[in-house]
Write a protein that binds this ligand. Sequence first.
Ligand code: GLU
Length: 312
Amino acid sequence: MPTQDVTAYLSELLESVRDLDRGAPHDLPVHAEADPDLLAVAIVDVDGQVWSAGDTEQLFPIQSMSKPAVYGQAIEDVGLAEVLRHVDVEPSGDAFNRISLDEESNRPDNPMINAGALVAHSLVRGPHADDRFERIRQLHSRMAGRDLAMDQDCYAQEMERGDRNLGIAHMVRALSVLPDDPHDVVDGYSRQCALEVSTVELARIGATLATGGLVPGSDERALHLKATQQVLSVMLTCGMYDSAGDWVSTVGIPAKSGISGGIFGAVPGRCGIATYSPRLDGHGTSVRGELAFRQLSADLGLHVLRPRQPQG
Ligand code: GLU
């Protein structure tokens, strides 16, 4: 499709979901106070070309959408086998902040729920908590194409309400392996979640995963191919909170949502996609974002498991 056609298509797509006002923003003040009508969509292809519509300059905390890249960084730092020793790759069907570990192995089910994400964060090479966060910030900055900063209010509010994540971190430390102090891990993880991105930057992070780890349109490598493949696999099976199965069958794009109202996906070899709309459904996924993704996937034939007739 020519560029103007794609842009017009994206504007129409937003109009088709704009009036849907089901759901509510997350109650963390920084999200609850955001304008619930904000709406944006962006596509970045593997060459770095950008198409977007709506409030694409609006910044918002990346929240759980930081989990995929941090998992990738942990794999690069300590190796996949070591990461798997600490965190499994099984969809849990549980809410993202469930305080639970696998009964037999004592491992978190996957790195997209908080227990697994806290462990993945702690496996990123430091040596100290500050160095670990700085490496995570730099990784996201490379993928997003801008030097990202943290939303201080979001970080402070997350820490104020950090009891649940602290509880999870202490449980992991008690029953399994958490290579660092639970307070430091929750502090670093909360900073990771508070990194601010725009919808276009989020789509660019998706596009970097879609290329196998190369920053779109450049030779700069953010993650290695093998780590990226592992990240995409886990996004496909576990990325959408406790509605991952529904997402795979209706959208079919490896993706991750966050409580700020963002969703980003990666179509391998093709593009990164992101949406932003703060009202969430009962699973914590953006209502209008999910609908836009469904529509996009159907209209542009992006379902990664789309059967193809053998040629000839
Ligand atoms: N910082 C949030 C938490 O850990 C992230 C949740 C999310 O976006 O899913 O509770």
